[in-house]
Ligand binder design. Sequence first.
Ligand code: NDP
Ligand code: GDP
Length: 332
Amino acid sequence: MAATETRGRRALITGIAGQDGAYLSRLLLAKGYRVYGLLARRSNESLWRLRELGLEDKVTLLVGDVTDLSSILRALEEAEPAEVYNLAAQSTVTKSWELPSLTAQVTGMAVVNALEAIRSADPSIRFYQASSSEMFGLAGKPVLDETTAFHPRSPYGVAKAFGHWLTVNYRESHGMHCSSGILFNHESPLRGSEFVTRKITLAVARIKRGRQQKLQLGNLEAKRDWGFAGDYVEAIWRMLQQERADDYVIATGRGTSVRDFCRLAFAHAGLDYERHVETDSALLRPADIHAMVGNADKAKRALGWSAGTSLEALVAMMVEADLARVDKGEAA
Ligand code: NDP
Ligand code: GDP
């Protein structure tokens, strides 16, 4: 779709200050959208990603929380969006065992708020739900697609499965344009350091600069399908440009173990991961997912999307960004 067709269009993003919110804001601004974001402002620090992309003053931030229906309604009134992207979540799998009830509220139940607010404000608004490969969990198949049954392994995965089915249900019950993107892990220099890829690249940078010696990790054999977040927001946007709403798996199709991610990241900085990585059983999960690889053929066919960035390029981008941060004295 040409940029001229989207100029002046308005979008509301929940979770705008997160990794995907920042990249999606950049993409939509480049297409000429006016971008509004619902921000549960907990501290000034939460804006670091928008700042890093130079977008803090280019988007309109509206104070609100997805668990508070009235704040979503007010945001819809103010933003008058054509598209709503629901990215807000308690998005950390490990924390979801410590905070299961909060995770259910923010990651699951809040999807009801977003959909109900749209249904009452303007049911023609197009809706995107940030669903997750974590819904598959113990899927029992090596490669997963839209037809694979869910067996989530964490409170986070369970909450995302609720949000996914609710999105499908509002499409089927109310005829609303609601799409669910089942995204496999996607990373970037803006990834939170609680996730394993960024934990590794930040440690590589600190070790390289002599600020740290060792890196403690949990399950090194877990395999994930890691893509670049900057590529994935393009798929998200394309979903809402389709005439009919639908659900799509977004993935690279390549599985890599945490161990091999370490190998690549340390090697990029000229280091040997075996000299620095240690395992700590306290970092193992109550239930993990051994391996997850996605098949994004449907997205390729219907959206013309495929992952453009290789894992090697992603690792290089993340390590370089963390080296630059450590050199500047920043530890984002
Ligand atoms: P992030 O954790 O980086 O961003 C989520 C954002 O939601 C944060 O800015 C967070 O703010 C905000 N938020 C949390 N609670 C609330 C609330 N109650 N009201 C409003 N905002 C809130 O996640 P990503 O950008 O990586 O992911 C975007 C979405 O995609 C999430 O829903 C995630 O679960 C999902 N997803 C992500 C994948 C990935 O690999 N990145 C894979 C599949 C799905 P704060 O930081 O202040 O809490
Ligand atoms: P997730 O797939 O959304 O849970 O993304 P994460 O990056 O949090 O975890 C990916 C995989 O890395 C999981 O199988 C974890 O068990 C594994 N892993 C190994 N060590 C760590 C660690 O120290 N932190 C995190 N977050 N994950 C780890």
